[in-house]
Design a protein around this ligand. Structure first.
Ligand code: DC
Length: 229
């Protein structure tokens, strides 16, 4: 049987983690898991139930409902990746709005939320052959992952990419609002007390501000092949 490994891809928001993770999963026929989508889905749930807004956060109410929240991924053949479902409903589009982006760091800072999602992520990856992207994959979820990548790029480059994506799908949003959100999330995600975004000691840092997607893919694929040989 061919050797299977665990690939952890962490980094700041909009560094292209999911692009590279999807490319690798396709190339290697591995499972791809976007853990940010799981935090976003819990945030959407909290928004729909009035547990969170810009001005309040009802942590205990959300925690009491956590056992009733079911998250699942279903592969969409046409898109070529798995979409996020919240309690049986496809929320792939609803979780990508700027409103969810503005609140997700508050929800991701709640330890009970992290505990639930980390346990589910570890279960998904128990047989290896997985590419998982997020903030704490190499540090908390899979500290023993064979390959850990830490992606970085300047805040402006990342905001430009995110802005482009939102405009292409028809969202009305300004570049300044996106840049503000990127910087705010960098700050909140790196300074929270539970599992802050930090580079694992054994992660390989890749700054993709100046390299294109193909170059980045071949660079990372050769790191994978080193681990597989
Ligand atoms: O990858 P993303 O931008 O879709 O993630 C959304 C938010 O979820 C991000 O701002 C921080 C949080 N997150 C996290 O705390 N831990 C993860 N493993 C993944 C995401």
């Amino acid at each position: 049987m061919t050797k299977k490994i665990t690939i952890a891809i962490d980094g700041f928001s909009s560094t292209g983690k999911s692009t590279i993770a999807k490319q690798l999963a396709k190339e290697l026929s591995y499972i791809y898991v976007d853990t940010g989508a799981m935090y976003r889905a819990v945030t959407l749930y909290a928004m729909e139930n009035n547990f969170v807004s810009e001005t309040f956060l009802h942590t205990e109410k959300l925690i009491s409902k956590l056992p009733t929240i079911t998250l699942s991924f279903h592969f969409n053949k046409d898109l070529g990746f798995a979409e996020m479902y919240l309690n049986g409903k496809n929320v792939e589009r609803a979780i990508r709005t700027i409103e969810v982006s503005n609140l997700v760091s508050k929800i991701a800072a709640i330890s009970a939320v992290r505990k639930k999602l980390v346990a589910e992520q570890q279960e998904m990856g128990k047989n290896k052959g997985i590419v998982m992207d997020g903030r704490d994959i190499g540090t908390v979820v899979f500290p023993d992952a064979e390959l850990k990548i830490f992606m970085t790029a300047s805040a402006e480059t990342r905001a430009q990419r995110r802005f482009q994506e939102l405009v292409e799908r028809g969202d009305q949003v300004s570049f300044e609002a996106v840049l503000h959100n990127v910087k705010e999330r960098d700050h909140l995600d790196s300074t929270r007390s539970d599992s802050p975004l930090v580079k694992a000691k054994d992660a390989i840092a890749i700054d993709n501000s100046k390299i294109d997607k193909d170059e980045q893919f071949s660079q990372i694929l050769s790191l994978v092949n080193d681990k597989l040989s």
